[in-house]
Design a protein around this ligand. Sequence first.
Ligand SMILES: Nc1nc2c(ncn2[C@@H]2O[C@H](COP(=O)(O)OP(=O)(O)OP(=O)(O)O)[C@@H](O)[C@H]2O)c(=O)[nH]1
Ligand SMILES: [Mg+2]
Length: 380
Amino acid sequence: MKVMVGVPSYNNAETIGFVIKQAAEGLKKYFGGGIIVNADGGSSDGTREVVLKTQVPDGVEVQSFVYKWPIPGKGSAMKELMEFAREKEADILVFVDSDLRSITPEWIYKFTKPIEEGYDFVAPYYIRHKYDGTITNNIAYPMTASLYGKNIRQPIGGDFGISAKLFDVYLKDEEIWKSNVARFGVDIFLTTTAIAEGFRVTQTTLGLKIHDPKDPAASLGPMFNQVVGTLFMLMKKYEEKWKHVRKIDEVPIWGESTYEEPEAVNVTLELLKIRAKELFAQNEEILRRALSKETFEGVKKALKTFDFDDVLWSHVLFDGAIAYKDGILNEADPLVPLYFAKTADFVEKTRDMSTLEAEKLIKERAKTFLDEKDYLLEHW
Ligand SMILES: Nc1nc2c(ncn2[C@@H]2O[C@H](COP(=O)(O)OP(=O)(O)OP(=O)(O)O)[C@@H](O)[C@H]2O)c(=O)[nH]1
Ligand SMILES: [Mg+2]
């Protein structure tokens, strides 16, 4: 099998050398060699120079280019990495983020082996601190599980293995790459498309994910907009695929899971609350139109107490998707204050919990979303 590793980057000079080195060792060890390609967004910190001067074993080729697609973002980098892989006739493409500190050569094996065995899409399964991945835990995971019926714990983990069959599927519609799919919407696009188009999907155990984490209130607003906007767009596109799904199927987890306690990730609770209130006030009118009366009243109350239960939260996202379909919302952005409020609720409720205990709440959330699916179907 011909394996290519694709690495998107934008100002990752500090961490990308390690990622390239680990990937190169993985390619050498398990395939005798291969190709690593970096698609960069025009970094100013010497990221590409670091890539090109990283020492790699014989048989591993390293390339780096600046992508041409005019929208700056992770998705544009991944689009051109898929085009590159298709041109090179790679059988498998493994995507890894350039800010990873916990990647090992085995990750290459773990992403490729399931594809050799017949899967087309391999999602990562890693241990993350309870406060890392708040968009995953609050939105991408419970929405993907309850809508499409696949229990994929990290649908937007950022690292994936895909078979060559998927290149054409992802690249088929050029228009879609003019949306938030070109930015941070790309991960949910890759996962949802693989499921909705009926490809064989699996998960692979990777141990810990340690990367440069972000404090939600300080820097996750735009990412929320891009991920959730893409999720809503895909709900419209794949309406017929999710409407009839009434249960969540387990998705195999490839490899042995072992538990290690992750490094703590910090979340500034006060900032979440302040930003939630400020942004709610700015978006109150559009939210009044986008949400049902009952949901709107519920969130007003939740913004006072920061007690934001999963039923109410599922209704916020379902109402948001409906408002998007109906053209009341053109973007998911007005929902950002509610994501901050929900995150504040989670941080408070899990303050004294271990990551494993918090994990149970997240799994429960997916079930609550499924139970509330009738609400979505009635209002859609
Ligand atoms: N080419 C390119 N790559 C990008 C851009 N933005 C992010 N990336 C890459 O995409 C990968 C993931 O970005 P991160 O900023 O780590 O985001 P994340 O880990 O998904 O998000 P958090 O979990 O919230 O930290 C990294 O390899 C980045 O270098 C961009 O504008 N252009
Ligand atoms: Mg990251």
